[in-house]
Design a protein around this ligand. Structure first.
Ligand code: HEM
Length: 557
């Protein structure tokens, strides 16, 4: 054994601290020399990596790649960090995660690349096996994770249904009932009690009830008085959160945890059981009801997606299995449950900072209400329930909501996989199997796309001669683009406009001072601490008082 006092010297005769430390561990001089060589090599590699920092704007560390920068970003604001990196790198960069994680990917915010991957080379950029296998337990073969024929068949049926008159009237009717007999009474009570409420939570409850009515034809009642906890809604949320955690866990690890039923995987299994029990019960009941009703009656009475998919048969006369019907419904609920509500939450938060925008929205809504003065006798007490045509005419409101989505898109990042080697229009080389992340949040903050005022909330940028003008889906990608453009886009706009106008016409919404508003890291752009607000009633004209009285009378009965 070597004595603890043994030291190795450098050529100048002095011993280094590392040498002292190693010799105190009892190593032979030759072993110490070898280790010194290794230390020197590591320092060299690290310095090289740091030199890369200057070249690429990001440190790439040995073994762990860019993980340290990512972890630092996670502690602050990840979306802003990605935006900063993309800005410095001209719109696209390669994220090098540690080899043992799933984090290697190309990140882009370049509209030319977006058009390429969402439209021009659509079939070369599917959702892919990695995404599908990660979400399979929750989403099964439903539209979100599906590719090719499985996706195409569902898209076709759903698209026909979304454009049918029956479906449109279901969306209008269900929203009217939810807003007037649930949302407004909840807000009225908060206003009377002068107590702050979490507006994001209230809106999430509204859209969850709404999308369940549309998907299942079943109302879970999350927005009932007292805002009850609904086991199905809770299980759905838990299952979604547990699925997201899989994306941040090395595949082998979450698979092992699933096998041994541990931690996050156990939570996922348990919540999925509730979701499945609920879904299969609704499917069983619906099939029974449909078999008891005659053909025409069925269609006339129901326009929900479950009925449409249950009645559908393919070219060989095969109907959807119960499992696939379950997957269809779960996917639609996921698509519509929180996207419009979080967009509305950010919109109300922005209005607090831009009162002049709120003023212009009110002017527009009031003008539309005044326009119907002439017909008031004819319309009677219905006057302050906004009609479909009136909602359509709210162009400034549409611009204000779109501008909120530009800055706070409900889906902040999205993902595809490359099937065959490919080159992006900006010259980025993509190898088969590469994951591509498109940073929708960052795209809204790129000077190169929106100009110097890209960070300002300015609905006017969407208006031309007072009319709302849309932008290319590859520049404004909040609703995705190409063949996988959001199927619920029109419905979502109607829903958001109807809800926003109904609230703003009656109440001034004030965000509680010093309430922290930051995004949460999730598939959807939630506010991490919700949105605490107080409400004050606006001075109303006679007509609105009549309608409110009627709404209250209806509720009492
Ligand atoms: C502000 C509200 C909404 C936003 C910002 C939004 C955004 C998006 C985005 C970004 C996608 C692409 C997702 C992906 O492929 O990974 C998408 C797809 C989809 N959305 Fe929406 N969505 C909204 C509301 C809704 C609603 C209310 C529904 C239905 C009730 C809906 C139904 C769908 C469906 C079915 C797809 C899948 C389309 C496909 O893959 O072919 N969305 N949406």
């Amino acid at each position: 054994m070597n004595s603890g006092n043994q030291t190795t010297t450098f050529s100048n005769g002095r011993s280094s601290p590392t040498t002292n430390l190693m010799s105190s561990l009892g190593l032979l001089p030759s072993e110490i020399q070898f280790l010194e060589l290794l230390v020197a090599l590591s320092i060299f590699v690290t310095l090289r990596a740091l030199r890369q920092t200057k070249r690429q704007g990001l440190a790439v560390w040995p073994v762990v790649g860019m993980l340290p920068s990512l972890l630092l970003a996670l502690r602050n604001d990840m979306y802003e960090w990605i935006t900063g990196v993309l800005d410095g790198m001209g719109g696209t960069f390669t994220f090098r995660g540690p080899w043992f994680t799933n984090l290697q990917c190309i990140v882009t915010a370049d509209p030319r690349n977006l058009e390429h991957l969402l439209k021009t080379k659509f079939s070369n950029f599917p959702k892919g096996d990695y995404f599908r296998s990660t979400v399979r337990d929750l989403l099964g073969d439903g539209i979100f994770g599906a590719d090719d024929e499985v996706w195409h068949r569902q898209r076709k049926i759903a698209s026909l249904e979304f454009h049918s008159a029956g479906f449109r009237s279901l969306t209008v009717q269900s929203l009217y009932e939810l807003v007037h007999s649930r949302l407004l009474p909840v807000l009225e009570s908060a206003c009377n009690n002068r107590k702050p409420i979490d507006l994001q939570d209230v809106l999430l409850r509204l859209t969850f009830d709404n999308v369940c009515i549309i998907a299942f034809g079943n109302d879970p009642g999350c927005l009932r008085p007292g805002l009850p906890e609904i086991p199905f809604a809770r299980a759905f949320e838990d299952a979604t959160e547990a699925t997201i955690i899989r994306f941040m866990t090395p595949t082998a690890i979450w698979k092992a945890m699933r096998f041994f039923d541990l931690g996050n995987e156990r939570r996922l299994r348990r919540s999925l059981k509730h979701v499945d029990d609920f879904a299969y019960e609704v499917i069983r009941t619906r099939k029974k009801e449909l078999s008891l009703e005659s053909g025409d009656e069925k269609k006339a009475a129901r326009s929900d997606l479950l009925t449409a998919f249950t009645s559908h048969k393919d070219d060989h006369g095969t109907a959807f299995s119960d499992k696939l019907l379950r997957d269809v419904c779960v996917n639609f609920i996921l698509a519509g449950r929180d996207t419009s509500s979080v967009a509305l939450a950010w919109f109300f938060w922005l209005l607090n900072q831009y009162p002049e925008v709120e003023k212009r929205i009110l002017e527009e809504v009031r003008r539309i209400v005044e326009d119907r003065e002439y017909n008031r006798e004819e319309e009677g007490e219905e006057s302050l329930v906004f009609k479909r045509e009136e909602v359509k005419r709210m162009e400034y409101l549409q611009a204000a909501l779109t501008e909120a989505l530009r800055l706070y898109p409900s889906v902040p990042v999205d993902h595809k996989e490359v099937i065959e080697d490919e080159v992006f229009p900006d010259g980025t080389v993509l190898k088969k199997g590469t994951k591509v992340v498109y940073a929708i949040y960052s795209m809204g903050r790129m000077e190169s796309i929106w100009g110097k005022d890209c960070r300002d909330y300015k609905p006017e940028r969407w208006l031309k001669d007072g009319r709302f003008m849309s932008e290319s889906a590859y520049k404004f990608t909040a609703f995705n683009g190409g063949p996988r453009l959001c199927l619920g886009k029109d419905f979502a706009y109607y829903q958001m406009k109807f809800v926003a106008a109904s609230i703003l016409y009656r109440y001034h919404v004030k965000v509680v001072e010093s309430h922290p508003v930051v995004p949460k890291l999730a598939l959807t752009m939630y506010m991490r601490y919700g949105l605490k607000v107080t409400l004050s009633r606006r001075k109303q004209d006679q007509a609105s008082q009549i309608v409110n009285k009627r709404v209250r009378a209806e509720l009492v009965n």
